[in-house]
Write a protein that binds this ligand. Structure first.
Ligand SMILES: Nc1ncnc2c1ncn2[C@@H]1O[C@H](COP(=O)(O)OP(=O)(O)O)[C@@H](O)[C@H]1O
Ligand SMILES: [Mg+2]
Length: 225
């Protein structure tokens, strides 16, 4: 169960993309509280604004109007350096296509952001994460040597390296067979239960969305309960 303490809040957020004379309204007046230890999914068709919403929550996409507030602080009012530090420590992203770096081995992929942030003992943590995910033998492999399900586990380990409170998942099983899909979903549930992660999942897949504790619906940039 999610506690009722508010952790993050999307407040009357509107996002308009402008390309020359073209305008796309991706999100319209979206309000969404996220609670401590929440597990929420947002489901909607392609083009509904799901990725835009997730990127906005994760500090990657400044809104046209409205705000994203984390622990009473409006994240887009932070200076750039503060916002990237916030992003690096507070949120972890998991994407549909993994976005692993093919030239780096698994351990290097997982520890990259920690190494860049000059965090010590990231290698040991990477080993622990691989073990937790059941792929401890894969540390020296390269992404091309892994199955899709294993790659997504690596991407999840990478998202966890700085022990963020919030995990943001964008169609995390969109590229997986049903067996791997189930494993990744089980893993997200475990992270929620065992590691107290707050999970926000966006997907077009209603069956997948229903694995969350609460499901919200997004269509044409508008959110419905
Ligand atoms: N960088 C961008 N520039 C212009 N339009 C964009 C951009 N990103 C997304 N959009 C548009 O915003 C709408 C919502 O997109 P998106 O958030 O990716 O939806 P979803 O993830 O639900 O498929 C779509 O119409 C999409 O074409
Ligand atoms: Mg999307």
């Amino acid at each position: 169960m999610s506690g009722m303490e508010k952790l993050l809040e999307v407040i009357t957020l509107t996002k308009v993309y402008r390309n020359g004379a073209d305008e796309v309204v991706a999100l319209k007046n979206v309000s969404l509280p996220i609670f401590t230890h929440d597990y929420v999914s947002v489901v909607g068709p392609s083009g509904a604004g799901k990725s835009t919403l997730l990127h906005s929550i994760g500090g990657l996409e400044p809104p046209s109007q409205g705000a994203v507030v984390f622990k009473e602080k409006s994240i887009y009012q932070m200076k750039d350096a503060e916002l990237s530090a916030w992003r690096n420590t507070t949120v972890g992203f998991v994407f549909q296509f993994y976005h692993l770096i093919e030239e780096l081995n698994i351990c290097e992929n997982i520890t990259l952001s920690a190494v860049l942030g000059k965090r010590k003992s990231s290698f040991k943590r990477a080993q622990e994460l691989l073990k937790y995910l059941g792929i401890e033998a894969r540390g020296n492999f390269f992404p091309s040597q892994l199955s899709g399900g294993e790659r997504q586990k690596v991407a999840i380990a990478r998202a966890l390296i700085n022990d963020p409170q919030i995990i943001l998942c964008d169609e995390p099983t969109g590229n997986l067979d049903s067996d791997s899909e189930e494993k990744v979903i089980d893993l997200l549930g475990r992270l929620h239960r065992e590691q107290n992660k707050t999970i926000i999942l966006v997907t077009h897949n209603l069956e997948l969305a229903k694995k969350a504790e609460r499901v919200l619906y997004l269509k044409d940039g508008k959110l419905n309960r």
